[in-house]
Design a protein around this ligand. Structure first.
Ligand SMILES: [Zn+2]
Ligand SMILES: [Zn+2]
Length: 98
């Protein structure tokens, strides 16, 4: 019986997908809950817009689409200014490639 509940937990965890915000890297378990909440790292300003779902899959390393630098989490990446940002050097944060 105990074994069964462990297997069930593993099963549920693997079915439940994780969604990450492209701007702040916060994790959500549904797109609905993500896009309903303001993002503190929105490019228009803190809480000026909603979280944006990152459309790529979960990876062990994330590559910035502007400069190619690699990070282990989107959160880490989105917290640092990018030297090759299209708005100008360090004018914006790194953004994950899909
Ligand atoms: Zn966000
Ligand atoms: Zn970058």
């Amino acid at each position: 019986m105990r074994m069964f509940s462990i297997i069930l937990t593993i099963l549920i965890t693997s079915i439940m997908a994780n969604y990450y915000c492209e701007y702040c890297g916060q994790r959500f378990n549904s797109v609905q809950s993500m896009t309903g909440m303001p993002c503190h790292r929105h490019p228009n300003g803190p809480n000026k817009g909603k979280h944006k779902p990152y459309e790529g899959g979960e990876k062990s390393r994330y590559t910035c689409k502007y400069c190619g630098q690699q990070f282990s989490t989107i959160q880490q990446m989105a917290g640092m200014p990018c030297r090759r940002h299209p708005d100008g050097p360090n004018k914006g944060k790194h953004a994950p490639m899909l």
